[in-house]
Design a protein around this ligand. Sequence first.
Ligand SMILES: Nc1nc2c(c(=O)[nH]1)N[C@H]1C(S)=C(S)[C@@H](COP(=O)(O)O)O[C@H]1N2
Ligand SMILES: [Mo]
Length: 320
Amino acid sequence: MLIRIPRFDEPLPSEITPRERLASRRLFLHGMAAGTLAATGLADAALADAAQRPRLPAQRNAKYIAPDKPTAYGDATTYNNFYEFGLEKDDPAAHAGTLKTRPWTVRIDGEVKKPLTLDIDALQKLAPMEERLYRLRCVEGWSMAIPWIGFPFAELAKKVEPAGNAKFVEFTTLADRAQMPGLASRVLDWPYVEGLRLDEANHPLTLLTFGMYGQLLPNQNGAPVRLVVPWKYGFKSAKSIVRIRFTETQPATAWNRAAPDEYGFFSNVNPEVDHPRWSQATERRIGEDGFFTRKRKTQMFNGYPEVASLYAGMDLKKFF
Ligand SMILES: Nc1nc2c(c(=O)[nH]1)N[C@H]1C(S)=C(S)[C@@H](COP(=O)(O)O)O[C@H]1N2
Ligand SMILES: [Mo]
């Protein structure tokens, strides 16, 4: 956006009251649906980066191909949220080049019978790679459709054998000041942590994701490994994961701690539950819908009704 704001001077979210939080322009940013990129040259840079990025072979899974037109690669790689690299949509594309994605290890532990520490290349070989075209909708009111590559999180869960008391999964992502200039900002209390209930994590839609558009993930999209949970707002899909912990109690997640009244633990896409500061009834598809295009309707669970049974009997206005 064109609004310039001071960058590294905010109080920790835990230090401010809800009233002040509303006034915080930094958090307000997360509510702005910015425009697609003007001619910044970033899309060209993303295409040049793609030319040398290793391919990641995968079998297309016809069961999970959304009927949408895939978002242009140049849009999906230059219009991002990855606050570790800055708060503007083009910051991740401009600054994530410093992220070193190999070697990379992921620790999987907590309430499991067989904890594992896996090198990223070993993790990638744990199950066959699938390509799936999923919609991803940001809580800010925009969406994309991206051909992701990965395998169901459930494949990994099987390997570590969750204990009987494991009820949730916590995902912690890299927080390294040397590689991530955005960590100087205290907009979130780093590291970025997200979480799912175990049955959500094990749902066949939940994809442990290593690539997109036929190749390894670009850094700005969460290389070398991220989650994609397509029926939830985009912030649940944590990028650049270093630790996966199975827990008995509900994990404290970064956005929920920063603004609990705005970002609930579940964060299922729900056109009937407004964000306190804006409606969630419609969305803008990046690269297709302009500012003056009539907005498209947001679908319940982002158009993945098969997850509804996970929430049977729950009041989704209360558990937003
Ligand atoms: N580690 C980390 N993961 C993150 C974020 C972030 O700031 N840090 N932003 C989230 C948000 S708000 C969205 S909408 C998606 C965007 O994913 P994409 O850039 O690949 O489209 O990543 C999510 N994962
Ligand atoms: Mo988002």
